[in-house]
Ligand binder design. Structure first.
Ligand SMILES: Nc1ncnc2c1ncn2[C@@H]1O[C@H](COP(=O)(O)OP(=O)(O)OP(=O)(O)O)[C@@H](O)[C@H]1O
Ligand SMILES: [Mg+2]
Length: 340
């Protein structure tokens, strides 16, 4: 499997004091969806900005789509797609005009421009609004236009920095449906940062959890959850006074890690709950214990996050105003540079 992104010892210290990214290393396979998950200020945007050649690193190396990012930033900008949380499209232009502008900036061959734009407008369901000024678009439509702008030049690697922040669940689901379709069609690699744990869980093949500029854990969503000790099967004996006997019976089932009584229930920790449920029921049956209910709970990424960072993951905080201003400045600079 070829690597689409390979990062070694990447670091960024702002103003000689703020260690925003403190030596991260990771690799993303071609075609993979890789998630960067972390709380506010963890260093996600800083990492994306470095990998997309918008920001020079303090240390480290990065290869994206076979190109050394810091040795050849101009090539990187042409080869990758980038979608930020903030709108980078011009609200005084129509959707189609924004796409035409982006196509010109990215050097899409002239004869292909109109066809590609029609195709994207259609696919992302903004064709009806294509000739309206984008300032009249809803948040969801704007996000879809941003995505279209980000991929107009058919990049092989797409970077998404919190692309769905502020969208309602329906808008988020729609956005990801399009991204998944594009991945299927073009085998595009996707690097995404998100605050939405459930989103990362559903979209990403692998996830890196970043905290205070360090990667604290990596793995597929299910690997990360397995590291917590796996699933929890909750067993409720029909009679409360059978809880102790049930606990003894369940503890002997091969594969069970622990059995903990809690409020008349027994919480059974095990690596693969769905396989164990029939054996747990059988063990209780053999011991003459009737059951009132059994349920299986996969640990969520919220718990994974808590385990590796020692903190709750707070979803309600957006970027700080400073971060927002810095980011908008960076984008404007980047666009200014590429226009010249
Ligand atoms: N231009 C800058 N100058 C100084 N400090 C900065 C600058 N940009 C970011 N930082 C700081 O670097 C750290 C990492 O910021 P970054 O924006 O990468 O975090 P993030 O994970 O993207 O956070 P969020 O979830 O809020 O978007 C934070 O402490 C932030 O305040
Ligand atoms: Mg950010």
């Amino acid at each position: 499997m070829t690597q689409a992104i390979s990062v070694e010892g990447l670091a960024k210290t702002y103003n000689g004091t703020v260690k925003a990214v403190d030596g991260v290393s990771f690799a993303v396979d071609a075609g993979e969806a890789y998630g960067f998950l972390g709380p506010n200020g963890a260093g996600k945007t800083t990492t994306v900005s470095m990998l997309t050649a918008l920001l020079a690193p303090t240390a480290g190396h990065a290869i994206v789509d076979g190109i050394d990012v810091f040795a050849d930033p101009a090539s990187i900008k042409r080869r990758i797609g980038l979608v930020f949380q903030e709108s980078t499209s011009d609200s005084d232009l129509t959707g189609r005009e924004n796409l035409q502008l982006a196509a010109a900036l990215f050097g899409v061959p002239r004869r292909e421009v109109a066809g590609r734009i029609d195709n994207l407008l259609e696919k992302l369901q903004i064709a009806d609004a294509a000739d309206r000024l984008t300032k009249t678009y809803s948040g969801g439509m704007r996000r879809r236009l941003e995505l279209a702008v980000g991929i107009i030049h058919s990049p092989r690697v797409l970077f998404l920095d919190e692309p769905t922040l502020g969208l309602d669940p329906q808008g988020r689901a729609g956005f990801w449906r399009y991204v998944q379709e594009l991945r299927k069609e073009h085998g595009m690699t996707v690097f995404v940062t998100t605050h939405y744990l459930d989103e990362a869980d559903g979209i990403c093949d692998r996830i890196a959890i970043i905290d205070h500029g360090h990667i604290v854990a990596t793995g597929s969503p299910s690997e990360l959850k397995d590291r917590l000790g796996g699933d929890v099967v909750t067993v409720r004996p029909a009679l409360a006074d059978q809880a102790l006997a049930a606990q003894a019976a369940l503890a002997h089932v091969p594969g069970v890690v622990s059995v903990t009584p809690q409020d008349g229930l027994l919480r059974v920790k095990c690596p693969r709950g769905e396989e164990l449920v029939p054996r747990l029921v059988e063990a209780c049956d053999k011991a003459g214990i009737g059951l009132a209910g059994v349920s299986l709970k996969r640990p969520s990424l919220d718990e994974v996050f808590l385990e590796f960072t020692g903190r709750e993951f707070r979803e309600d905080e957006g970027m700080t105003a400073t971060d927002r201003a810095v980011r908008i400045g960076q984008v404007q600079q980047a666009w200014g540079r590429s226009r010249r």
